[in-house]
Design a protein around this ligand. Structure first.
Ligand SMILES: Cc1cc2nc3c(=O)[nH]c(=O)nc-3n(C[C@H](O)[C@H](O)[C@H](O)COP(=O)(O)O)c2cc1C
Length: 220
């Protein structure tokens, strides 16, 4: 409860500073944009990393969506639209450990992992990104940072020379310093702040995501 209150306060403060859904300009720290020929949409979501019961109430549960009977996470939905628009594969980051069904327990566990700088072991549905030039990365903001399994992803794969377009879903904190952190983790990649979307608005933002991806493809 204490953490939820903290999140709500931090969300309220951030919402004074942010619009619910914002696209900022490209900012690639001088690393060249590479032409987009083959891309992948990589994502991490609570759904897919949590053993939810099949009858879980997706309407009143935070960040769960039921689309045509299938449970989907917010970051997952963004990644799937980006993948579809770009003709790319959607690649999920799955932490072997899994996360608790209870939201508050997940919040507490994530804080603990962050404090210990843990790198949970992960698997992805593709083993190599060698022939991929562009990643549409879609992740939730966890405690104003990347979820720790996403750090594991960056440890495991060298994404130098690629474009990484970063999409973040959140409850008010927006990007926090996530893009800066990814630039530090992948200094030779072209890391671009793409779009941030507030969790509850994700189901309404398909066009925003598709338009953003299409714009990058058209520019390339
Ligand atoms: C462990 C945890 C920590 C979170 N920390 C924040 C936060 O610091 N700021 C924020 O705005 N939202 C925070 N959230 C809310 C999520 O970013 C938001 O619900 C997101 O849309 C979830 O995406 P998903 O469905 O793909 O997992 C947190 C959620 C969880 C589970």
């Amino acid at each position: 409860m204490k953490h939820i209150k903290k999140l709500i306060v931090s969300a309220a403060v951030s919402m004074l500073l942010l619009t619910a859904c914002g696209e900022s300009g490209d900012n690639n720290k001088g690393v060249e944009t590479v032409p987009i020929k083959k891309s992948a949409a990589v994502y991490f979501s609570r759904v897919g990393n949590t053993d939810f019961p099949s009858d879980i109430d997706a309407v009143s549960s935070a960040s769960l969506n039921r689309i045509d009977g299938t449970l989907k996470g917010n970051a997952q939905m963004i990644a799937e639209w980006a993948a579809d628009e770009a003709g790319a594969e959607a690649v999920e980051i799955i932490a072997d450990k899994g996360y608790p069904v209870d939201y508050n327990e997940t919040v507490d566990l994530a804080k603990e992992e962050q404090g210990k700088k843990e790198r949970p072991s992960i698997k992805c549905s593709i083993s190599s990104f060698d022939d991929i030039d562009t990643i549409w990365l879609s992740i939730p903001n966890w405690w104003a940072d990347l979820p720790m399994p996403v750090y594991s992803f960056f440890d495991e794969y060298d994404l130098s020379g690629k474009n990484i377009y970063v999409f973040v879903t959140h409850e008010g904190s927006g990007f926090s310093s996530i893009v800066k952190t990814i630039r530090d983790l992948e200094p030779d990649a072209n890391v671009v702040e793409a779009v941030s979307v507030k969790g509850g608005s994700v189901p309404n933002e398909e066009k925003t995501i598709r338009d953003y991806v299409k714009k990058q493809l058209d520019k390339s």
